[in-house]
Design a binder for this molecule. Structure first.
Ligand code: HXC
Length: 260
């Protein structure tokens, strides 16, 4: 293994699995840990065999936040001078879908890491939260923006001002997670890998275009977003996968997508 804080594997030829593996600190995201995650994500993104990525932790914790012990003595000059956490922006550069399979704690930076993924699946044991207020700070990995967009202002304020945890059922009701899977060890990962495999069997270019267009909904006014969507849609008529997908429908057979 190239990495100290994560495990990487291919549960299916089209699926890259990244497992956070710092059990002694409940997967708290130290600088080195986060660097490992980014590096593995970039490797998976660049590998043309991979169609979708799954990010997971342990049964006890997806990730319990940024590493508080590493952060506690930082000065303003360290934080501002070195632009602490600016590499979190790099998560946005991954073009293939990332599914977060969350069991146990997803707190602070752990919640923000899950929110940065494209789909969250949760075990009934999942506990989300932005407890930074209890540490005298605020979320720094996108929580004030992404959680607010996900749950709306009133709930976002309540969650981030009290720092309370919210459970898998609440997260599902509010649209933070796509689905709460049935109880049982390994179930959420199994379901995430199954979903990643299904996505990996679709046309790669259409999958990337979908991710790009949905994410544009968070950045653009509606008119621009609709235009952007339509232009991507037009562009897909230049792909083999569009010809194959529509021919397969007309011929009543399953498509075999080959573009990458
Ligand atoms: C460093 C951590 C940690 C963290 C847990 N540990 N969370 N170390 N940073 N965020 C370590 C503990 O120190 C302990 O180490 C071991 O993991 C097990 O944790 P316990 O607290 O003993 O476990 P438990 O009693 O089960 O409680 C679990 C918990 C609690 C509720 C998740 O650990 C907790 O409240 N953690 C902090 C959560 C948090 O505040 N996260 C936000 C961080 S700020 P030892 O050596 O004692 O066994 C943040 C800013 C975001 O994320 C910025 C963007 C990235």
């Amino acid at each position: 293994q190239r990495y100290e804080n994560i495990l990487t594997s291919r549960p299916d030829p089209g699926v890259a699995l990244i497992t956070l593996n710092r059990p002694k600190a409940l997967n708290a995201l130290s600088t080195a840990h986060f660097r490992d995650i980014l590096s593995a994500l970039n490797d998976a993104d660049a590998d043309e065999k991979v169609g979708a990525i799954v990010l997971t932790g342990s049964e006890k914790a997806f990730a319990a936040g940024a590493d508080i012990l590493e952060m506690k003595d930082k000065t303003y000059a360290d934080a501002y001078g070195n632009n602490f956490l600016s590499n979190w922006e790099d998560l946005k550069k991954i073009r293939k879908p990332i599914i977060a399979a969350v069991s146990g704690y997803a707190l602070g930076g752990g919640c923000e890491l899950a929110l940065s993924c494209d789909i969250i699946l949760a075990s009934p044991t999942a506990k989300f939260g932005q407890p930074e207020i209890n540490l005298g700070v605020i979320p720094g990995g996108g929580g004030t923006q992404r959680l607010t967009r996900a749950v709306g202002k009133a709930r976002a304020m309540e969650l981030m001002l009290t720092g309370r945890m919210f459970n898998a059922q609440e997260a599902e009701r509010w649209g933070v997670v796509a689905k709460v899977v049935e109880e049982g060890e390994g179930k959420v990962l199994e379901e995430a890998v199954g979903m990643a495999k299904a996505i990996a069997s679709k046309g790669r270019l259409a999958v990337m275009a979908t991710k790009e267009a949905v994410n544009a909904a968070y950045e653009m006014p509606l008119t621009e977003g609709l235009r952007f969507e339509r232009r991507l849609f037009h562009g897909l008529f230049a792909t083999n996968d569009q010809k194959e997908g529509m021919a397969a429908f007309a011929e009543k057979r399953k498509p075999n997508f080959t573009d990458s």
